[in-house]
Ligand binder design. Structure first.
Ligand code: SDX
Length: 431
């Protein structure tokens, strides 16, 4: 076939079909490679390997393009909100009026968590890592709502709309509960108000004083969550697909995704950026020390919030958030010295050959913390905020796995580099 890929191996020439995506991306279909040749493909970190065909998000890292179900992230950021974008990502179309009202109602109706789940919070030390608490409490949802977590795709998909709404809404409520617990504050109960308003109420209302909702704050929170809603096959989303491929229910698969997101190279970067900016501020440094350390190449010294596994261009989300920082701070009548430091750091890095040569640009995490801090969200919760935002993407990807009649369990192979066959030695004869 003219469009096939030819592999010459051990004197044989074998053709493999080319798969072309809806945006023209090309893939070599190697699903028969091992059966045909006994060889496997080796691609550490899967940077050149497609694990699935997905219709949710298109990402062009070279040109800094991000679209959800065909809609550019710039248009969604400008005109949509988190719940509407979550609906689009999960169901594939922008909701009509009726659908928008219905998803909003379902989210409000399922915002509370089982009061017995509050005892799980009590089982943690107050200073426990928020992402550790979040993954445990989300995982417990499979026990509290077993009828929605049967580990039988047909049964679980039959209740998908409710399960998805519960997951998004309760993850938001649990994050606020973690904040209240860590600060020794009484838990708040959800109200019959929109998603982001409810989050701010759950976080900051006090028994003696309701949180005063400010439209600019709600709008900024919508933007932050919307910009995190999905991002193709990133580490945590691929983890959700991997776990879901075993037949695991949505809650359990989401808990696994939260674990993956907690790593400093992934979702943990947003709080690491703020710690980096704060230490530059406290030391009166102009950032050159961090840039010099980052250029050393040591994984532990990386410029947090910079670089990306896919983008070799400016992360479009970072550009949107970077612009929003000034707008949000101005509207709230706030200033943040860390924003000026971040802008100087970005300018220095983008004029430094080390970063330019490696095509290292700001990613979504570089500026997001500035806005979250302006909204009063403490740094310790930044990665859990990422989890709230990413929940629709994880859910949509789990649904693709669960709905695929030809789906298979994810089971990558390896190149074994350990000891070859050897016989057991009795302990008395070992050196
Ligand atoms: C997210 O995948 C997604 O879509 C993720 C995400 C999403 O929405 O789900 O976008 C969210 O995780 C954003 C990334 C957040 N992480 C950080 O900001 C941490 C800092 N960034 C890096 O650790 C790094 O850029 C990664 C982990 C994001 C990407 O790593 P890669 O693709 O494995 O990059 P690499 O290790 O191949 O780096 C190539 C070169 C290396 O130098 P050389 O060996 O060629 O000399 O670039 C260097 C790296 O040392 N490099 C950096 C750097 N990132 C890469 N050097 C300094 N600072 C950095 N930030």
């Amino acid at each position: 076939m003219p469009n096939d890929a030819q592999i010459k191996l051990d004197g044989k020439e074998i053709s493999y079909p080319i798969i072309t995506g809806s945006e023209g991306e090309k893939a070599i279909d190697l699903r028969k490679l091992r059966a045909d040749t006994g060889y496997i493909a080796y691609d550490q970190g899967y940077g050149n390997t497609g694990s699935c065909e997905s219709a949710i998000t298109y990402l062009d890292g070279d040109n800094g393009i991000l679209r959800h179900r065909g809609y550019p992230i710039e248009q969604l950021a400008e005109q949509s909100d988190f719940v509407e974008t979550a609906y689009l990502i999960i169901y594939g179309e922008l909701p009509n009026q009726k659908q928008r009202l219905s998803i909003g109602r379902l989210l409000r109706q399922n915002a509370a968590i089982d009061t017995q789940m509050l005892r799980i919070f009590e089982g943690f030390p107050r200073e426990a890592p928020p992402m550790g608490m979040l993954t445990s409490i989300v995982s417990s949802m499979a026990a509290y709502y077993p009828h929605l977590a049967t580990n039988n795709f047909e049964k679980d998909l039959a209740n998908f709309d409710l399960t998805a709404a519960m997951a998004i809404s309760k993850i938001r409520t649990i994050v606020a509960g973690i904040y209240r617990y860590r600060h020794g504050l009484p838990f708040n109960y959800p109200k019959d108000i929109p998603f982001c308003d409810n989050f701010l109420h759950l976080m900051f209302s006090e028994p003696y004083q309701e949180y005063a909702l400010i439209p600019e704050v709600t709008r900024a929170l919508n933007l932050i969550l919307l910009l995190h809603a999905d991002h193709e096959q990133n580490c945590s989303t691929s983890t959700v697909r991997m776990v879901g491929s075993s037949g695991a229910n949505l809650f359990t698969s989401l808990a696994a995704g939260i674990c993956a997101l907690s790593g400093p190279l992934h979702g943990g970067a947003n709080s690491a950026v703020m710690q980096m900016l704060q230490s530059i501020h406290d030391e009166g440094d102009d950032g050159t020390r961090f840039i010099a350390a980052a250029k050393s190449g040591a994984k532990g010294n990386r410029l947090m919030g910079f670089g990306h596994a896919v983008y070799r261009n400016y992360d479009p989300r970072a550009r949107i958030i970077g612009h929003a920082c000034d707008v949000v701070l101005n509207k709230l009548g706030k200033t943040d010295p860390l924003l000026d430091i971040a802008k100087r750091l970005e300018h220095s890095a983008l004029n430094d050959e080390y970063f330019l040569a490696r095509k290292l640009y700001p990613n979504v995490d570089f500026y997001s913390g500035i806005i979250m801090r302006a909204l009063g969200i403490p740094t310790e919760l930044f990665t859990t905020m990422f989890a709230i935002g990413r929940s629709p993407g994880w859910i949509a990807n789990w649904k693709e796995v669960a709905s695929n009649p030809k789906g298979r369990i994810y089971r990558p192979r390896q190149v074994y580099v350990g000891p070859v066959k050897r016989d057991y030695v009795l302990i008395g004869k070992r050196t």
